[in-house]
Design a protein around this ligand. Structure first.
Ligand SMILES: Nc1ncnc2c1ncn2[C@@H]1O[C@H](COP(=O)(O)OP(=O)(O)OP(=O)(O)O)[C@@H](O)[C@H]1O
Length: 230
């Protein structure tokens, strides 16, 4: 599903070049639930951005669902992100002036679906995250956990094979965090959606099949080999 070969990411800074990721090989199978952990600044978000085609590696190759991201032009990379990947962020990234239904409908509207099609789909997506009845609410009228579930519904709108979640429970209390983790876990198990989640929270990481640890831009431990779960 996801294959990174010898992937490095170097940022050019005034003080010189900075390698945020250094020659990493990572292989993630379809249907896996992966947690990426590591200290602040170790390169976790950078890794997620590369897998999601939000940025390109400086060297090495990245293949996602048979697509070699290095070889896509800007337009195809945008299409890849829109159709293949659902992004979930720590701060939800909902549009505050839009209702819950309008937020979830955003990716569908961009795809020129008809109004009735969109309405029916939004309804189904909100049911899937147990937020039926909240269609006309604004994000500010929901709890953090509910907002994150709206963001997950939006991420699911295009039926992605892959969800990339960057600290999805980072802003949530334990109960709301649990709900969001359970939802990701259910989508992984029942819909066979591959989930790659960056987290600082050991408890959250334990939901995953495998934990990949990153330090200073390098994978230092991989759950399948190092048994970090035990
Ligand atoms: N666009 C950029 N330009 C320059 N440096 C960057 C850029 N993006 C990230 N970095 C640097 O790369 C390193 C890795 O950043 P990244 O955000 O991937 O870390 P992280 O592990 O996700 O950290 P955190 O847990 O604090 O979110 C950091 O030192 C960061 O300053």
């Amino acid at each position: 599903m996801i294959k990174l070969e010898n992937v490095s990411k170097v940022f050019a800074l005034e003080a010189g070049n900075f390698a945020a990721l250094k020659q990493n090989d990572i292989h993630i199978r379809k249907g896996e639930f992966i947690a990426i952990m590591g200290p602040s600044g170790s390169g976790k978000s950078t890794l997620l951005q590369l897998i999601g085609g939000l940025d390109l590696p400086t060297s090495g190759s990245i293949t996602v669902d048979g697509v070699r991201l290095n070889e896509l032009n800007e337009k195809d990379r945008t299409l890849f992100r829109r159709t293949k990947v659902g992004f979930v962020f720590q701060n939800y990234q909902l549009l505050p002036m839009m209702t819950v239904a309008e937020n979830v409908a955003l990716p569908l509207a961009a795809n020129k679906a008809s109004k009735s099609e969109i309405k029916a789909k939004v309804q189904r997506l909100l049911e899937a995250v147990h937020l039926e009845g909240k269609e006309s609410h604004f994000p500010s009228q929901l709890s953090g956990g509910q907002q994150q579930r709206v963001a997950i519904a939006r991420a699911l709108a295009m039926k992605p094979q892959l969800i990339l979640a960057d600290e999805p429970t980072g802003n949530l209390d334990r109960k709301n965090g649990q709900d969001v983790l359970q939802l990701l876990s259910r989508l992984n198990k029942e819909e066979r959606i591959t989930v790659v989640m960056v987290t600082h929270d050991r408890h959250a990481a334990e939901q995953a099949d495998r934990i990949i640890m990153i330090r200073d831009g390098e994978v230092v431990q991989d759950g399948t080999e190092g048994g970090v779960l035990n």
